[in-house]
Design a protein around this ligand. Structure first.
Ligand code: ZN
Length: 70
């Protein structure tokens, strides 16, 4: 398998307020499952990814930005 874009985490928020965050595979799976169970709707991986947004590691320890060396 080839991972074309990053290993970053994404988050999806449904119109009903349901939210899920994680890596791409788990978010796609969870969102498809949610759509099926809650809205009786099938969503494709592309549709899920279209409404997903990248998660910036908020809340986790971040490295301070290095001083700009120019
Ligand atoms: Zn929903």
């Amino acid at each position: 398998m080839t991972a074309s874009h990053g290993t970053g985490r994404i988050t999806v928020r449904c119109a009903c307020g349901w939210e899920w965050a994680g890596d791409v595979e788990s978010v796609v799976a969870a969102t498809q499952e949610h759509g099926r169970r809650t809205h009786n709707m099938e969503s494709t991986r592309d549709q899920v990814l279209a409404m997903a947004r990248p998660v910036d590691d908020v809340g986790e320890s971040r490295e301070p930005e290095p001083p700009t060396a120019g």
